[in-house]
Design a protein around this ligand. Structure first.
Ligand code: HEC
Ligand code: HEC
Length: 460
């Protein structure tokens, strides 16, 4: 039997332990006490952690951006006279194509096939310049070749939807525009499609200058850039590209943040049961683990999530036999290591890596992945779930009749494909990380990322 004083001592000790616990990690304790309330709200489809988001400012367009808008929709700038930027980047389709083609048609005769799926132009406003390194976007002085060589030696840390911090030690390529990050600014970028013979095929700067001079908006050019602007073709083209970039940077239609998910984050909408299950599977490190790369939380600074970590991964998407360039068995689109960017050609450990795209408005797209291989989100989900467990359902067979996994990457470079991050951490015959129900639910969740949600239309 304990004496009275022993009891008092025991109680005091316990009290001290509790106080110590509260003092050491008040947040942990608070969230533990808060758990029943959070579970209750979540079960109802509501966000238990309502956030405030810092949205980009919306101001009236500058005069340069207004000119950029006119250029963006002007088909006369193309060689065929039929194609503007909006032909492949349609504002009614989140600035992506409105058709089901894997790659778009273009060129002077409008019969030339492109080589990659046209991405949405939305939500690029925080895309940093291309760099290779541990979490240091924007550091332009790094020597890409040197950093890339270091990258080979750095061990690959697993990425999970819970802790992307552990992976931050990796030396990884990040940022840039296009599927391979080969340009940094929207201004630089617009010159690509404008003169690409497979796209707008605009000819030479001199040809473009002649068209600009005759356009209805020619006086805007002179007013904004001075009377000398039409004297030098390269100058006129540079100003046109500048105007195009200002339109994309300033116009709020490139970053509406008006999805159901945005409303949910801010406590103004509730998920349906399927959307909630999908959201949980998207974040579950043993199921989709999607959020490891397609970040879905508000940043520490309160910026809304863009559903990309802006990094590169080799997922081993199957070869798309529908792309004419792929008829040549020796042709491979390997993203970071070429052929469309050339500076990292020697860095074969990057072959097959493509930029992680945003998933905002992804349910409005008709062609998925860099090669547009898939045309429905259900197909994309099957790829993520079955790539390793049932590869025979994803890939074709090689000449010996064996399923040829990662058939859009040459055999020597197939080791680059991500096989460590869930849901890719399985072997043939094992149970997929996501059940058929999980996959369906994740698609329901992805649909909450479409802009244009109105809380009135869909009562809470
Ligand atoms: C024939 C179709 C087509 C036309 C016309 C076109 N683009 Fe594109 N656009 C694409 C394709 C395909 C890509 C991806 C190319 C790649 O990754 O190599 C792309 C990529 C982009 C990107 C990079 C987006 C990202 O997520 O990295 C921007 C910005 C862009 N285009 C702007 C424009 C502008 C501005 C114009 C008009 C001057 C234009 N495009 C005309 C097909 C087109
Ligand atoms: C390891 C990082 C990573 C993980 C995990 C991941 N993704 Fe991706 N995702 C990518 C990359 C990289 C691409 C582009 C690959 C390509 O085109 O070759 C991509 C492309 C996509 C696309 C096509 C988008 C478009 O515009 O074409 C969808 C849809 C998608 N992911 C959904 C998901 C879902 C759902 C999950 C979870 C089941 C998931 N991703 C998990 C990196 C990842």
């Amino acid at each position: 039997m304990f004496g009275r004083s022993a009891w008092i001592a025991a109680v005091l000790l316990l009290l001290a332990a509790v106080i110590l616990l509260i003092a050491r990690s008040p947040i942990a304790l608070q969230s533990w006490l808060d758990q029943p309330r959070r579970s209750f709200l979540l079960a109802q489809g509501a966000n238990p952690d309502v956030v405030r988001m810092t949205l980009p400012e919306t101001k009236p367009l500058s005069a340069v951006a207004e000119l950029g808008r006119k250029l963006f929709f002007d088909p006369r700038l193309s060689g065929s006279g039929n194609q503007s930027c909006a032909s492949c980047h349609d504002p009614a389709h989140a600035y992506a194509p409105d058709n089901r083609l894997s790659v778009q048609l273009g060129g002077g005769d409008m019969h030339q096939f492109g080589v990659r799926a046209a991405p949405s132009l939305e939500y690029l406003y925080r895309q940093p310049n291309f760099s290779i390194g541990p979490d240091n976007p924007g550091n332009e002085s790094v020597n890409l070749q040197q950093q890339a060589s270091l990258g080979i030696q750095a061990p690959h840390v697993q990425k999970t939807a819970l802790g992307t911090k552990a992976a931050a030690g990796n030396l990884v390529p990040v940022g840039g525009l296009f599927w391979d990050g080969r340009v940094n600014t929207l201004q630089q970028q617009a010159g690509g499609p404008l003169f690409n013979p497979l796209e707008m095929d605009g000819g030479t700067p001199a040809i473009l200058l002649a068209k600009l001079k005759q356009a209805a908006y020619a006086p805007d050019f002179v007013q904004l850039f001075g009377p000398g602007v039409f004297r030098e073709p390269t100058l006129a083209v540079a100003e046109a590209l500048f105007a195009l970039s200002r339109f994309q940077i300033e116009d709020a239609s490139f970053r509406p943040f008006s999805s159901k998910y945005d409303a949910w984050l801010q406590g103004r909408a509730r998920f349906t049961a399927a959307e909630l299950r999908g959201y949980l599977a998207f974040n579950d490190t043993r199921k989709g683990n999607c959020a490891a790369c397609h970040l879905d939380h508000v940043t520490r600074d309160g910026l809304p999530p863009l559903f990309t970590d802006m990094q590169y991964e080799a997922l081993g998407v199957p070869r798309n036999a529908g792309i004419p360039a792929n008829r040549d068995p020796h042709y491979f689109d390997l993203g970071l290591c070429g052929p469309y960017r050339t500076d990292l050609k020697q860095q074969t450990h990057y072959c097959g890596m493509f930029l992680t795209p945003t998933l905002r408005n992804v349910a409005t797209r008709h062609a998925f992945f860099h090669n547009g291989e898939y045309h429905t989100l259900a197909q994309v989900m099957d790829f993520y779930a079955l790539r390793d467990t049932e590869p025979q359902t994803i890939y074709g067979k090689d000449s010996t009749g064996k399923t040829e996994k990662f058939n859009d990457i040459p055999p020597a470079e197939r080791g680059n494909v991500d096989v460590t991050d869930a849901p890719f951490d399985r072997k043939a015959g094992e149970i997929p990380a996501m059940s058929a129900q999980d996959r369906q639910d994740i698609v329901a969740f992805l649909q909450t990322l479409n802009d244009g949600y109105s809380a009135n239309q869909h009562p809470k």
